[in-house]
Design a protein around this ligand. Sequence first.
Ligand SMILES: C[S@@+](CC[C@H](N)C(=O)[O-])C[C@H]1O[C@@H](n2cnc3c(N)ncnc32)[C@H](O)[C@@H]1O
Length: 212
Amino acid sequence: MPGLIASLRVAHYFEDSPQAASRPGAVTLVLPDLHLKLETDRGVFSPERIDLGTRVLLESVPPPPAEGDLLDLGCGYGPIALTMATRAPAATVWAVDVNRRSLELCARNATAARLDKVRSMHVDEVPQDVRFAAIWSNPAIRIGKPALHAMLTRWLSRLVPGGSAYLVVQKHLGADSLQRWLTSEGFPASRHSSRSSYRILKVSAASGGSEG
Ligand SMILES: C[S@@+](CC[C@H](N)C(=O)[O-])C[C@H]1O[C@@H](n2cnc3c(N)ncnc32)[C@H](O)[C@@H]1O
């Protein structure tokens, strides 16, 4: 039976080191202000096309702060991080993930786009003292509620006072309950906009300031 169980093992895009054999591909990210070809691969999130939620986020958010440190939480192959870096060329964009294949792709895509202020790295490698002026994310809802909550608390606590996060979440994957939970945890969350089946949540830094 162990062989059968092993063969039924489901691969997840949020694995640290994807087991799926590599099959390089490419997608095009076209927005009113940019046009980027991005390398993708199996074992990462949405390798065949830019995810619709990601697109809705990038078409809805206000421009990022022009300077400082910005965060793409769960960068995948980098569509959000590279858009932030294009819109805020003087800022440093931290593109973090747990999936090593995604991180390599994101780094390569940033280099190809000549966006040399993108720092693509594992979540545990970001220096502890960095604080973010903005966070944009298509968060990994499918990791489950406890892990999602821990991930969001970890990074939202590192917003600078007055900083904001924009999160895209599908309605049927719990956008409204996530909004309520964030607010109850001291991160005031509101609905910035809504399109198709997606909500864009705006989350403000906790009033006590960022974690020291
Ligand atoms: C919904 S995908 C979005 C990917 C990319 N930003 C995009 O828009 O195409 C979520 C990403 O979060 C990553 N992820 C999963 N668990 C994470 C964690 N604990 N911390 C940071 N990223 C995580 C996944 O590996 C995945 O790349």
